[in-house]
Design a protein around this ligand. Structure first.
Ligand SMILES: [Zn+2]
Length: 551
């Protein structure tokens, strides 16, 4: 990166905290930035790299501080950019909707199906609105679920994301249950496969391995859920994961309706599948006597207790059985050499399982064994009343069993219509507000919450985790910069600054008397002020596509 186009910016703040436990108060930060950028109502610094973080006096002594432009946020705590591990940006146009417990999940799903847009412009404008509301909430990386159009996957949300400051994965969602859907699987995945071929000349994941501040959005797959996708549909996803390094996500163990269909092949979801015309003898034969998590484990081809995840198990037999295999081969990624690269890059991202409200004793280790990350959407679980069906969400038990847990917002539809700072005309997609909710409700540990909102999500998406933290320890009055780690951000580049995904400033309310003993992070989690995304690591594209999308 040529430094002649960059400038140095100094931010002075009340404190800086991250998900590794760093807490420095007061704090000053030096960034090298490439310029300013705008995306809808968001504007901030772009192409930011972290040069130094320390006390104000330590930064005063830094040679780069002399000509730095100053940003003063003395009432704010600085946090790393946050990660939304499960959302549906293409539903943003729907806005928040009430949930009716009488109608249950099926009536709710009807609202979504009726309200989904199906045209390119409509979908992209909804996604852009969601991107804007993410940036305005301090979110810089997203696991977005791109809804299908008709029965086919859609890459329109990916195109909108790739033209924005966000990084992450656009998971193309599909349904596949019953004989006819299975026979159409290759056709269903055609748009995804085309996109994968476009990415194909670069080894999968390479853009993220070499991530140094350019935008990076990958295409992934989202078989919808274990009640709407059968073994063939999951095998196809795992084939792509295993042999092409494609990130995979799914909904899992979300609702009582799901548990019922899997246990006894009946109930509201059976009626729903019948209503959309996919309930046939094959579907009927696939359900019964199973719980969601064990069924999913069986369908991805990993046996319990085997630490296989995406890479170790030989999924060839599971994945290579039908017409879809020809489609996978067309991606042309199965030469010996590229298979090795693919295997390596598959390790970059983890399987994401969204929700997991319904976890029976003994099932957490199944998730840990396959290295899955649970994307817990706290306000979504509360909105649907899942605690009434399953008891309190098991996220702390999952963490204790070695399962990584990240935070998602789910779609805007399940967010409160009021409360939280609004964007142009609706709630922000705020991961910070999700962990505030947990902090208030469960008195959960602040650092663990921030870890879930940053590093855990980044790891799940295959992003360099160091870019979502500031540093691990203090040496004197300076934070030791993170070097090496999981990405190849070489320490030789420290002078130019280390990649950083984003810098967020969150105003602290003046602590009341009994709050004086609280850490800056506790005060932020106890507050309600909106985050301000001061800087992102990405920069406007050198291909001329600036981020000036008007959502
Ligand atoms: Zn979802």
């Amino acid at each position: 990166m040529p430094s002649d186009r960059s400038t140095i910016v100094r931010i002075d703040a009340a404190a800086a905290c991250d998900g590794l436990g760093l807490s420095l108060a007061p704090a000053s930060m030096l960034l090298r930035v490439r310029g300013k950028a705008r995306y809808g109502a968001w504007s901030g610094l772009a192409g930011a790299r972290l040069i130094a973080l320390g006390t104000s006096t330590a930064i005063d002594r830094h040679p780069d501080a002399r000509n730095a432009q100053r940003i003063t946020r003395l009432d704010c705590v600085l946090l790393p950019g946050m990660v939304n591990a499960h959302t549906h940006l293409d539903l943003t146009h729907l806005g928040p909707r009430p949930f009716s417990p009488e109608g249950g999940f099926v009536a709710w799903a009807d609202i979504i199906r009726a309200g989904r847009r199906t045209d390119e412009q409509g979908i992209k404008s909804s996604v852009r609105m969601g991107i804007e509301r993410s940036l305005l909430a301090g979110v810089v990386a997203v696991a977005d679920i791109a809804g299908g159009v008709g029965r086919r996957t859609s890459t329109w949300p990916l195109e909108a994301m790739a033209a924005s400051p966000l990084v992450g994965v656009s998971y193309c969602e599909y349904f596949c249950i019953g004989a006819q859907s299975e026979s159409q699987l290759a056709d269903t995945l055609a748009a995804f496969a085309r996109r994968l071929r476009q990415e194909g000349s670069t080894p999968p994941g390479a853009s993220l391995m070499q991530w140094t501040g350019r935008r990076a959005v990958r295409v992934g797959l989202q078989p919808h859920a274990p009640y709407s996708v059968g073994p063939a549909g999951y095998a196809a996803a795992m084939g792509y994961a295993r042999f092409a390094g494609v990130p995979v996500s799914t909904h899992l163990a979300e609702s009582p309706e799901e548990a019922r269909l899997l246990a006894s092949a009946d109930g509201p979801f059976r009626d729903l599948l019948a209503a959309v015309g996919v309930w046939d003898a094959k579907a009927q034969s696939e359900f019964g006597g199973e719980r969601p998590i064990p069924r999913w484990i069986r369908m991805i081809g990993a046996s319990a207790g085997e630490r296989s995840g995406l890479v170790a198990a030989d999924m060839r037999s599971a994945a290579f059985g039908g017409p879809r295999i020809a489609e996978i081969r067309e991606a042309d990624l199965f030469e010996e050499e590229s298979a090795a690269i693919a295997t390596e890059s598959a390790q970059l991202s983890r399987l994401i399982v969204a929700h997991c409200n319904d976890v029976a004793p003994g099932e957490a280790h199944l998730l840990a064994d396959v290295g899955a990350t649970v994307a817990y959407c706290p306000r979504s679980s509360a909105y649907f009343g899942h605690e009434r069906s399953f008891g309190a969400h098991p996220y702390r038990g999952l963490l204790a069993e070695g399962v990584e847990v990240a935070i998602g917002t789910d779609s805007v539809v399940n967010l409160p219509a009021s409360g939280g700072k609004t964007g142009k005309s609706g709630p922000l997609l705020s991961v910070l507000d999700e962990i505030r909710f947990l902090h208030r409700r469960d008195a959960a540990d602040p650092v663990a919450l921030l870890h879930m909102a940053t590093i855990a999500g980044a790891r799940a998406l295959g992003l360099p985790t160091e870019a979502f933290a500031f540093g691990q320890r203090l040496e004197g009055d300076m934070v030791v910069p993170r070097a090496g780690g999981e990405s190849d951000a070489s320490s030789a580049e420290v002078g130019e600054g280390l990649p950083i995904a984003g810098v967020v400033a969150v105003p602290m309310s003046a602590p009341t008397k009994d709050e004086r003993s609280r850490t800056p992070l506790e005060v932020v989690l106890g507050g309600t002020a909106a985050a301000e995304l001061l800087a992102v690591g990405t920069e406007s594209g050198e291909d001329g596509r600036a981020w000036s999308a008007d959502p």
